[in-house]
Every structure is written in C-alpha cells, then in structure tokens.
Write a protein that binds this ligand. Structure first.
Ligand SMILES: Nc1ncnc2c1ncn2[C@@H]1O[C@H](COP(=O)(O)OP(=O)(O)O)[C@@H](O)[C@H]1O
Ligand SMILES: [Mg+2]
Length: 407
C-alpha cells in the first residue's frame, strides 16, 4: 500500500534533559531506564526525551502522538535544532542537524523545512499575502516573485480570494490556513507541524486534515505532524509514533496500532476509536467463491463450502449475481434445484481500498459483499459476520492487556 521511501529524517537514541547539568546524573538515570518522574525527584532535572528513535520516510505523513508533556514538541524541535540534544543523533537528508551552526543552520532551516504551529504566529498589521510571503521576503526574494509564490500557496489552501485581507478579518481556521500557506510558500520538502490543528473546531479541523492530505498527495511533501489526538493521528498518519513520558511506546501504521497495540497503554487509547475508519477492506476480505451459472443448485451449494455465499461472474470477471447459503437452503427445502431461481442481483459491492466503516450499512443487510477492483472485477468477499468480528478483536486485546501487569 505504502511505497517504501528512503529515510529523510532520522532520530537515533535521542535524549533531551532540561536542567543545569543535562549530561550528569539525570542522563545516567534516564539512560538506565529510570522513569522521568523519578529522575526529576532524584536529580531535579526534567526528562524531555529518553532514548527516542524513529525514521521518517520521504513522502510520508509521520505522526508523533502522545499526551501533553510526553515530549512531542521537544522531539520536533530537535529536527530543526530549536533544541540542542543531550545525546544521540538527528539527521535530515543525511545532514547531522545538531552540528549545524550560524548561517549553515539558517539556510538549512529555510531550504529544507516549513513550520506550522498551533498558534499561528501571523503578523496582524500586514495582510494575508504579505504574511504568506514573509519568509521569502526575509530571504531577499524580489516582490513580484514572492507574491506569485504566495498566491500559489494561498490557492492550495483555498484562500486566494483573501490575499489582500487583513489577518484580523479572518476566522481561526482561515488564519491556520495562512499559517500552512506560509510554510508551503518557499516549497520546502519537509513540513513540521506541531499541534497545527489542535485549536480548531472539530468540523474545520477535519476539513484541514482533508486538505492537508490532498496537498501532501499533490506536492509529495514529507510531513512530521504532532498531535495529542489519536483520531487525528490515525486519520492522517502514514505511520504513527506514540510517545509516553519521553519514550517511544509504539511505531506502526494506523492499522498496526489498532489491531496490534504494543501494550495496555496503547490499547486503552485505541478502545475509543472506530477501528472501521482505519482498517481497509483488503485487510479483512477473503477469497470469493465463484459460482458456475451452469451448475445445479446442489453443486453450487457444495462449492460454497463454509462460506455464506458466492458470486456468479461474467466473462470479464465482474460479479453479476449472488448465491447465499440462506437463500439456497430455503429453495432446497421447497424442492427447487435450479440455481438460476435462487440467484439475486441486489448484492452490495465495495472497492478493496475502501474502509470497513463505509460498509457498515451494506453489512447491515446481512448479505455477503462483493469486493471489486477499479475495473469492477471480483477480487474477494466480505461477510458481515467477519466485519463484526474484526471490530470485536481490539476489545478482546484490551481485555487481554488488562490482565497483564505493566508500568
Ligand atoms: N524549556 C524547557 N525547560 C524545562 N522543561 C521543559 C522545557 N520544554 C519542555 N520541558 C519538559 O519536557 C517534557 C516534554 O515537553 P513537551 O515536549 O513540550 O511535551 P508535549 O509537546 O508532548 O506536550 C515536559 O515534562 C516539559 O515540562
Ligand atoms: Mg507540545
């Protein structure tokens, strides 16, 4: 599903200790695995990050998710060296970021990444286009060129018409769009977004998420996205990294986080999520039984085996009708043996790339659902019972973890 891109951002065993002597006892304790609360009690130092490693691949949306204070902002700030680190390494496109200083650091930040924060940090006294193009202005880009770049960026976030408005005339959601346009304006390969949507109303927030995903697809940016909201993480993330108390708890695709939570902490988190929104049909579908139209009803039922139904397909492999075991059972009980009498054409279809939740209504009819590809060919089958079982799987996992003893 996901193209395996090369690593563009890499954190290796990064520690960040806050306090007067970050490499002293606090580091030794944290390095030995002592919890940050205990490190603070013993040394008076705050552990921001403890042995954090992750790789962000080119072109993915990598989401770092965790509760407040888990180290998300600290982590993202090591990537553009707003923070020095205590130990470990941070590389971006092969460059040792922590070794950069002065002009080289400025250039690196300017050319490699755009940042979007929760608080928009826009200048109220200048208009939208000036805010958007501000970074280019600082770089000495000539006015016409920077305004044309800004208009392009504003167009991407749907704000072209507001180019000449004052910031104070825009809603919060629109201001955040300007923040995004500003980050896009200089066309950096990487976007760093720290709780960029966290202050927005739920509806606007979803719209922004959708737009970000569209922009990411079009422009193929690499996005390091920080959030404290698991739903947002699972919705946006190509992969998600869950932090707790300065440590990595799990890194995985949304599907992996939901279906194979690393421990009870993650399982607790995921129990409130509608997993159907994340799990794709092709992950749970089964091979479909193809029913031969010239068969007798008894032969066809035989072919179904343990499945609840099978499909008749045309010469192109597209499903044309459905035989359910239930229909067949009723017909056989009434002495019918002709397959054609029992086939139904009112079956549901789904694409293998759709999500399970898009099939809840169809599943509610109780009939097997034909899974088709873009060409309409039958490639699998979903049984309503299996959708429900898949949904129940995480509940069982949580029950399992609740019996487990963990920190
Ligand atoms: N400049 C700082 N000085 C001291 N402690 C800090 C500083 N910045 C962050 N911290 C501490 O580091 C931990 C991680 O903070 P942060 O990365 O801001 O968390 P998050 O972004 O996940 O809410 C917290 O315990 C926080 O109090
Ligand atoms: Mg933060």
């Amino acid at each position: 599903m996901i193209e395996a891109g090369e690593t563009i951002i890499s954190l290796k065993n990064v520690f960040k200790i806050f306090g007067p002597d970050p490499r002293g006892r606090a580091f030794d304790l944290s390095n030995a695995g002592v919890h940050k609360d205990e490190v603070q009690r013993l040394s008076g130092h705050v552990v921001g990050m403890s042995d954090i490693s992750f790789d962000v691949k080119r072109g993915e949306i990598f989401v770092v998710m965790g509760l407040s204070g888990s180290g998300k902002s600290t982590a993202i700030r090591t990537v553009n060296k707003l923070h020095d680190i205590t130990s470990g390494s941070v590389t971006v496109d092969g460059v040792d970021v922590q070794a950069l200083r002065g002009k080289a650091l400025q250039e690196f930040r300017r050319e490699t990444m755009g940042m979007v924060f929760q608080h928009f940090a826009l200048f109220p006294h200048i208009n939208v286009i000036q805010n958007t193009s501000y970074g280019l202005k600082v770089q000495g880009v000539e006015r016409r060129e920077r305004e044309s770049a800004a208009l392009k960026a504003l167009d991407m976030v749907g704000l072209e018409a507001y180019a000449n408005n004052k910031i104070s005339e825009l809603s919060g959601g629109m201001q955040q769009r300007v923040g995004l346009a500003r980050a896009l304006c200089s066309d950096p390969p990487i976007l760093l977004m720290d709780e960029a949507f966290s202050a927005l109303d739920p509806l606007i927030r979803r719209q922004m998420q959708d737009e970000l995903m569209i922009i990411q697809k079009q422009l193929k940016k690499t996005i390091l996205f920080i959030t404290h909201d698991l739903n947002e993480a699972l919705r946006l993330g190509t992969r998600v990294c869950i932090l707790r108390d300065g440590k990595v708890v799990q890194i995985g695709t949304p599907e992996e986080i939901l279906t194979e939570p690393a421990n009870g902490y993650v399982a607790e988190f995921v129990q409130d999520v509608d997993q159907g929104r994340v799990i794709a049909v092709d992950e749970v579908m089964q091979d479909a039984v193809v029913v031969t139209a010239s068969n007798t009803l008894i032969e066809a039922v035989d072919a179904l085996g343990s499945r609840g139904g099978g499909f008749v397909v045309d010469a192109n492999g597209c499903p044309t009708s459905l035989l359910t075991k239930a229909d067949a059972g009723v017909a056989l009980a009434h002495g019918s043996t002709t397959l054609g009498d029992v086939l139904r054409s009112d079956f549901e279809t789904t694409l293998s790339t759709q999500r399970l939740n898009e099939n809840y209504a169809a599943a509610g009819r109780g009939l097997p659902i034909a899974v088709i590809n873009d060409a309409g060919c039958l490639i699998g089958e979903l049984e309503p019972r299996e959708i429900m079982e898949e949904m129940g799987r995480v509940e069982q996992l949580i029950d399992g973890f609740e019996r487990e003893v963990f920190l």
